[in-house]
Design a protein around this ligand. Sequence first.
Ligand SMILES: [Zn+2]
Length: 119
Amino acid sequence: MNKEQIETLKKKLEENKESLQGTLQRFAKESDKPKGDWKTVYPDFNPNESGMEEEADEVEEYSALLKVEHALEIKLKNINRALEKMKEGNYGLCEKCGEEIPYEKLSLVPETKTCTNCA
Ligand SMILES: [Zn+2]
């Protein structure tokens, strides 16, 4: 990879990071301990106004959000890790075998951690 390609991927990673954080902030709070973890905020509901059925819906909605939150959190962690690796100068190398990951693969998913053989 040349410098220009790395810069392109860095920009992509930073854009993805921002949009992910924006999405997470809509329903979760970033916690300080451990840093980088997100907690889904339980939706407010008034027990006097909501019947049992509605309550069940909210619990369902909450557990669905938890799953989404978890997936987004993992993606965000991978992005942060990729940005760290750029700083360290070992970005784009497979974490399992150390081979270079093809630019085509990285341009689709810039936070990719392994090469095609190891994935
Ligand atoms: Zn590999």
